[in-house]
Design a protein around this ligand. Structure first.
Ligand SMILES: [Zn+2]
Length: 375
C-alpha cells in the first residue's frame, strides 16, 4: 500500500465516501429494483457503527454485512484498495443522468457517517461536549405531528439516554404537510405534558415546544399570542430552499422575533439533494449572537445542518448552540450524537451549548427571552 493511500485511509471518512459512491451507482441504474438496492446499501454503509477499514479481515475477506450484496462489496473493496471506484465511475460516465449525479456529488460536503460520529465522540482530548455532558434534546417530533412515539415513549427513551429534560417540538399548523397541530390540539398536548411532568416530578422535565415555520418574508406561522403558549419556539425554514437568491433578511427577521429561541436547521440542506438557503451567514450569526438566539446543529444524518465549518463561524460570531436530534422515532434520538460530533469538530465549548445547561438555567433562558418580548 502506497503512502497516499495509507493517508486516505487514515484521514478520510471512508464510509461516507463509499455511501456517496453507492448513491451515485443507484442513480446510474436503469432498473428500479437495482436503484433501490444500491440506495439501501448506501444507507446501510452510512449507518454502520464501525469504519469499513476496521471491518475488513486481515486476509482481505469480509464478514457478512446484512443488506450488502456482491455489487456493493466490489465498490467497497475498490475504494479501500485504490481510494476510488472504477466500477462506479464507468457506470456514471455511461449514464444518461451523469450531469445530475455530478450535481448531487457537490451536495455531500461535510456530512459525517455514523462510524465517523462514533470515532469523533470516542476521542477524549477536547473541551467540547461529550455525550455525558448532554442533558436534553430540544428538537423531536411525536405522534402529535409527523413523528411516531407517544409523549410517554419519549420521556422513557430520554431517561434511558440519561437526559434530565427534553423538548417535544411538533410542527405548528402552518406546515400541514407534516401534520402540523391546530391550536386546539396544542392545548390538549399541553395538558398531556403537564400530566407527565407531574408524574415524573424531579426525574424528568418535558418542555412544551413547537417547531414554527419561517415564511419567505421571515414571519412565523404563529401569532405572538400563540407563540407565548409554548416554553420553547424553534423557528425553521421549510420552503424556498432551492432558490439562488440571498435570504439573509428572511433569517434575521426570524431571529429578531422575540418569541424565537432557536433557529433550527438554518440552511434546510439535504445530503446529495439540495444545498438549502443562500445567505450571508456571518451576518445571520452576528444577529443571532446579539439577540441571544441559539443556532441549531440538527443531527438528522440527512441534514447535519449546520455542519462544523459553518458552526465554527457561528462560534467566532459569539453564538450559543442547540444540538438536537430532530428525531421522529425514539431510536432516532441517537442522532443527537451526530450534532455533538459536529460541535466537537467546530471546537464549541460546553458553556455555549444550551443542551449542556442544567434545567433551571435552560428554563430561565427560555422565559427571559420571551418575557422581554412583551415589553
Ligand atoms: Zn423542520
Amino acid at each position: 500500500m502506497g503512502a497516499p493511500l495509507a493517508r486516505f485511509r487514515r484521514c478520510m471518512d471512508v464510509n461516507a465516501v463509499v455511501g456517496g459512491l453507492l448513491r451515485d451507482l443507484a442513480f446510474a441504474q436503469t432498473s428500479q429494483p437495482k436503484m433501490f438496492g444500491y440506495k439501501r446499501a448506501a444507507a446501510i454503509i452510512l449507518s454502520l457503527e464501525q469504519s469499513l477499514t476496521l471491518l475488513r479481515r486481515q486476509d482481505g475477506s469480509w464478514p457478512k454485512i446484512p443488506g450488502i450484496g456482491p455489487g456493493s462489496l466490489r465498490v467497497i473493496t475498490e475504494v479501500l484498495d485504490t481510494g476510488a471506484s472504477p466500477t462506479v465511475e464507468s457506470a456514471v460516465a455511461a449514464s444518461a443522468r451523469r450531469e445530475d449525479i455530478h450535481r448531487r456529488r457537490l451536495l455531500r460536503g461535510h456530512f459525517l457517517s455514523r462510524a465517523e460520529v462514533v470515532r469523533i465522540l470516542s476521542m477524549s482530548h477536547s473541551s467540547s461536549p461529550t455525550p455525558q455532558d448532554y442533558r436534553g434534546d430540544l428538537q423531536m417530533h411525536s405522534e402529535w405531528s409527523d413523528g411516531t412515539p407517544t409523549l410517554g415513549d419519549i420521556v422513557e427513551a430520554c431517561l434511558q439516554r440519561g437526559y434530565a429534560y427534553s423538548a417535544v417540538t411538533d410542527h405548528s399548523y402552518g406546515l400541514a404537510i407534516a401534520g402540523g397541530m391546530t391550536m386546539a390540539q396544542v392545548a390538549e398536548q399541553h395538558e398531556a405534558i403537564a400530566t407527565l411532568n407531574a408524574a415524573y416530578g424531579l426525574r424528568f422535565r418535558l418542555i412544551r415546544g413547537i417547531e414554527a415555520n419561517i415564511s419567505s418574508d421571515g414571519a412565523l406561522d404563529l401569532s405572538a399570542e400563540e407563540a407565548k403558549q409554548f416554553e420553547l419556539v424553534l423557528a425553521a425554514p421549510h420552503s424556498k430552499l432551492r432558490k439562488a437568491d440571498d435570504q439573509t433578511a428572511r433569517l434575521t427577521t426570524a431571529i429578531e422575533n422575540r418569541d424565537v429561541h432557536i433557529l433550527a436547521h438554518p440552511r434546510g440542506r439535504i445530503a446529495g439533494s439540495r444545498a438549502g438557503i443562500i445567505a450571508d451567514w456571518d451576518r445571520v450569526f452576528t444577529r443571532a449572537a446579539h439577540e441571544g438566539v441559539a443556532i441549531e446543529i440538527d443531527g438528522d444524518p440527512a441534514r447535519q445542518d449546520l455542519d462544523y465549518t459553518l458552526a465554527a463561524r457561528a462560534l467566532a460570531a459569539g453564538c450559543i448552540f442547540a444540538l438536537d436530534s430532530d428525531a421522529h422515532t425514539t431510536s432516532q434520538l441517537r442522532y443527537a450524537e451526530t450534532a455533538l460530533a459536529h460541535a466537537r469538530l467546530a471546537a464549541i465549548p460546553c458553556e455555549r451549548v444550551v443542551n449542556c445547561w442544567p434545567v433551571d438555567r435552560l428554563l430561565a433562558w427560555l422565559s427571559h427571552r420571551s418575557s422581554e418580548a412583551s415589553h
